[in-house]
Design a protein around this ligand. Structure first.
Ligand SMILES: [Zn+2]
Length: 424
């Protein structure tokens, strides 16, 4: 008897719970389904449900995400929401004060936050993400809309990598998820000292310490500065530290003795990241400097940008016999550099124009007497061609006094952090 009444109580209680839960779910999902049928096929996320008293109305706040498609305008997207024409016009006017709506790219995300009350939806907030770092927040305040732009919060991450070079520096670093921009900057730092086609060998080592910025969800947003970079060749090592002085009017990369990485001319005037010593070796013999050749060749794909090895003025641009499309730059102190076999010149490159070190002046090609796409690079000093691989350029800036002291302190901090032992 006792057992019977106990179990029947359990059954009744269980039954009541099931009835209640079913009723509750039916109420809720009934409404959601109704909404889904009026909403488009676009991505809809239900954020939270809230009850509003006293009439036991159920109100939902829900989020929709739109993505700009090709040829679509901001106003067309707003037209897909439950905003009326008047509201759309107001929002467009407001937004135009903050950003150029014509410049919203394909793929830009626009988020709406709406409230569904008594089956009537109305848009509460609109968020535009014009790029990875900003958001534009449009919100309803009484019957008007207001606008605010926010910078997204980014989180800094310091990254240290140590890799052996295989094939090319680019491949070796991209394999360990180094951002492309960092790789390009890394190579640029050493382009004054290293001939990337002849001096880099399989198994040479790279060390790099840099900053990157991620969003809250750990998505990569952008790269920051390189703080330390090192290349170990088979018989020599180069290491560079980023240093900024107290007054912040000097920033640059310096070797362990405080000597600037930047020199008057580059040894490799194309980005060496993708160059490998084996590239195109069989088809186009890579010639070093000798009496007959009088320049160095960098075998690289057609279209690879060529940089001005140093600051100067264009002395010659045009066809030059066997050299094909050709550029020569006059630098200070009796130096000149020449670039041959180009596929084309960069825009704005003409005689007497001033060019800055690192500026793109043309593109690798195979014009003139050439067996395949490559850059033939020459350095002239006082009217004679010299070997760029062994040229001794006047050294760049050297840190002194107070600046040297604070540089050496920074260097030591980085060395300890990365457990770097003194070189050579
Ligand atoms: Zn050559």
């Amino acid at each position: 008897m006792n057992i019977f009444s106990k179990s029947s109580l359990t059954i009744i209680t269980g039954f009541l719970i099931i009835v209640f839960v079913t009723y509750y779910l039916a109420m809720n999902y009934g409404d959601i389904n109704k909404y889904q049928s009026i909403s488009s096929s676009e991505n809809t996320n239900y954020d939270k449900s809230e009850r509003s008293s006293p009439e036991l109305q159920i109100a939902y706040t829900y989020k929709k995400i739109y993505e700009m498609k090709e040829g679509e305008t901001f106003s067309q997207i707003l037209g897909k929401t439950k905003l009326n024409d008047n509201e759309i016009q107001n929002i467009i006017k407001l937004t135009e004060e903050k950003i150029d709506l014509k410049k919203l790219n394909i793929g830009v995300k626009i988020e709406t936050l709406s409230i569904l009350k008594n089956d009537k939806p109305y848009v509460k907030n609109i968020i535009i993400y014009p790029d990875k770092e900003n958001e534009i927040f449009i919100f309803r305040n009484n019957n008007n809309f207001e606008i605010k732009s926010n910078k997204l919060k980014l989180f800094s991450d310091l990254v240290y990598r140590e890799v052996d070079i295989q094939n090319s520096i680019f491949e070796s670093l991209i394999k360990v998820n180094t951002p492309e921009k960092i790789i390009m900057e890394f190579v640029q730092l050493f382009s004054f000292d290293i001939d990337f086609q002849r001096e880099i060998r399989e198994g040479n080592k790279i060390k790099i310490f840099y900053e990157e910025f991620n969003d809250q969800k750990q998505n990569f947003i952008k790269s920051g500065e390189i703080y330390f970079a090192e290349i170990q060749l088979h018989n020599h090592s180069y290491e560079l530290y980023r240093f900024e002085n107290k007054n912040k009017n000097l920033v640059g990369y310096f070797d362990s003795k405080g000597k600037s990485a930047t020199k008057a001319l580059m040894k490799t005037p194309i980005n060496g990241a993708r160059l490998s010593s084996g590239y195109g070796m069989r088809k186009h013999p890579i010639l070093g400097y000798n009496k007959k050749h009088q320049g160095v060749d960098f075998a690289a794909p057609t279209g690879t940008p060529i940089m001005a090895a140093g600051t100067g003025h264009i002395e010659y641009v045009g066809n030059n016999g066997g050299a094909g499309k050709y550029i020569r730059i006059k630098h200070l102190n009796g130096y000149k550099t020449a670039y041959a076999h180009l596929s084309k010149y960069a825009s704005g490159i003409s005689k007497n124009v001033k060019v800055n070190q690192g500026q793109t002046i043309g593109y690798v090609g195979s014009t003139g007497l050439s067996t395949g796409p490559h850059l033939h690079y020459e350095v002239w000093f006082n009217g004679e061609r010299i070997n760029p691989m062994t040229m001794k350029l006047p050294s760049g800036k050297k840190l002194e006094n107070e600046e040297l002291v604070s540089f050496l302190k920074l260097k030591e901090e980085i060395d300890i952090k990365l457990n770097i032992k003194p070189l050579n």
